[in-house]
Design a protein around this ligand. Structure first.
Ligand code: ADE
Length: 225
């Protein structure tokens, strides 16, 4: 899978994909993340990519031309399955959306900054708008990092134990069960006996029960359907 990201602050995206599972995904050739500095398509020698909003008001708006030229150029090399704009007024991101996006070949993500991007780019180019929650970030970069991480770990072969993503919280609309490791007794707090006995069927049944109980207590909204 390839993910291209257009941003005015590429530095913000250097670290999130340079470590741990995202790095392994790229080293294995399963995921290629490429960031593109929008200033490469600036309209003048001052590297201008934004301007004041028509109608007045505070904040700057990313202009049509740099964005359109960037997308047009990137589209020459690749057909994007989705052109995604990160925005707090987009559709709320969740595990189901991550699952669906992890099946795509090529994604392009546009990060807004300041007040956002000119509405005409949203109308003419963007095919999907994603919010990671009801709060406003300074730009779409950190939100894009969240989305890429959630998608990347679902690509087959990225996690060493391929089945492990299936047991994540939110797969099947259930939260994950509690987990324990050594020591078996931590300051008097013992690991549940059933996990110590090592009967896989009983462990599976216990984990499922715990998942349901945890979901009932913490996120009853997930069990509604
Ligand atoms: N850009 C700024 N805030 C955002 C959010 N909550 N989700 C996605 N993109 C954003």
């Amino acid at each position: 899978m390839t993910i291209d990201i257009i941003t005015v602050v590429p530095e913000l995206l250097e670290s999130p994909f340079g470590h741990s599972i995202m790095k392994r995904a790229q080293d294995k050739g399963l995921l290629t993340v490429t960031t593109h500095n929008l200033r490469k398509w600036a309209i003048n020698k001052h590297a201008q990519v934004d301007d004041y909003p028509y109608g007045g008001g505070a904040g700057m708006v990313l202009m049509c031309e740099p964005l359109a030229n960037a997308i047009d150029e990137l589209q020459k090399d690749k057909k994007f399955d989705e052109i995604i704009y990160m925005t707090p007024d987009g559709n709320r991101f969740n595990q189901q959306a991550a699952n669906q996006l992890s099946l795509k070949e090529n994604l392009l993500i546009i990060c807004g900054h300041y007040k956002g991007i000119d509405e005409r780019i949203r109308e003419q180019y963007v095919t999907m708008e994603i919010s990671i929650g009801d709060y406003v970030l300074s730009g779409g970069e950190l939100a894009a990092a969240v989305v890429v991480d959630a998608i990347g770990r679902l690509i087959p072969g990225v996690l060493s134990d391929e089945t492990s993503a299936l047991f994540d919280s939110f797969q099947d609309n259930l939260l994950a069960p509690p987990v324990y490791t050594r020591p078996a007794d931590f300051r008097g707090a013992k690991v549940p006996e059933i996990l110590m006995q090592g009967d896989p069927k009983k462990v599976e049944a216990w984990r499922y029960e715990q998942s349901v109980e945890r979901t009932q207590n913490r996120r009853p909204d997930l069990l509604k359907d």
